[in-house]
Ligand binder design. Structure first.
Ligand code: BLA
Length: 247
């Protein structure tokens, strides 16, 4: 379902000098005969980013996923890019989440980085289905302008591809603009905030249960801690309440 979007994402990475990196075979491709599922992963080395990962899950009619997270270099305090697209074919159900995931909920930080995403949100009012989050806390690492919607085939085939293109273009533009300015949050603090994102996400992400049922617990534990959120097992969560995160 998301192959064209995956191609578009990869083309936009390659045109900016991104190169694929090696991955252990068990993460590059892994399949489950029981559930007839294949998961494929890519890690990209992209100028200006310290890590960019992409995942495609193909479980046929039951589920298709495109997921990607981009972490800027620590010298750049702009948001992490997060994409989570799910297509439950048998039920014709789309779940789409696209966000510039903020390192801080501080007003000044949001004012600095969100004019682009705000205007996408205004241009695609149909993509705001006023969804409530169940696993995550909307006030941690999600922005007030996240695109989070559920829909059917129509949204998956028409609105989503248009929104996806605008979203990607807008994120590259944000990256370009931020790279030309000095960050307000120091690299040390950006590192802590990005690490905390991994710790928080590894704990909350509903993918853990899903992957365990498809691929078993040992592989899933390694996958979540080593590929999806590698900083989740290195450091303890560091409180940032005393940070002046760019006020
Ligand atoms: C929800 N994401 C989900 C759900 C699943 C996944 C199964 C629940 C679907 C539902 O509510 O019907 C699946 N997540 C995955 C998979 C991967 C993954 C397969 O990470 C594999 C790599 N999730 C992200 C990113 C964002 C994100 C980067 O990984 C941000 C854009 C958001 N996913 C997100 C949100 C929900 C979700 C907000 C709804 C969860 C909730 O209700 O709290």
């Amino acid at each position: 379902m998301f192959d064209l979007l995956l191609e578009e994402l990869v083309a936009s990475i390659e045109i900016r000098g991104g190169r694929p990196m090696d991955l252990p075979n068990e993460f590059r491709n892994y399949s489950s005969d029981k559930n007839k599922s294949l998961i494929s992963n890519w890690l990209w080395s992209v100028p200006g980013f310290r890590r960019w990962r992409v995942t495609k899950l193909d479980s046929g009619e039951s589920l298709q996923v495109l997921n990607s997270v981009a972490y800027p270099d620590y010298i750049n305090d702009h948001p992490i890019m997060g994409i989570d697209l799910l297509w439950f074919g048998a039920k014709s159900k789309l779940v789409a989440v696209l966000d510039f995931q903020p390192l801080s909920q501080d007003r000044a930080y949001l004012d600095r980085h969100y004019h682009g995403l705000k205007s996408i949100k205004e241009n695609f009012p149909e993509l705001d289905s006023k969804e409530k989050m169940r696993s995550f806390d909307p006030n941690q690492y999600f922005s007030p302008w996240l695109l989070f919607f559920r829909g059917g085939l129509e949204q998956a085939k028409t609105t989503l591809p248009r929104a996806f293109k605008s979203f990607l273009d807008c994120y590259w533009q944000l990256h370009l603009e931020s790279s030309q300015k000095l960050s307000v949050i120091s690299p040390d603090q950006v590192k802590v905030l990005q690490d905390n994102y991994d710790i928080y996400s590894a704990d909350r992400d509903p993918a853990h249960g899903l992957f365990t049922s498809y691929f078993g617990k040992p592989w899933t534990d390694r996958f979540v801690n080593e590929f999806l959120f590698p900083s989740s097992n290195k450091d303890q969560y560091i409180s940032t309440k005393d940070f002046d995160a760019g006020k």
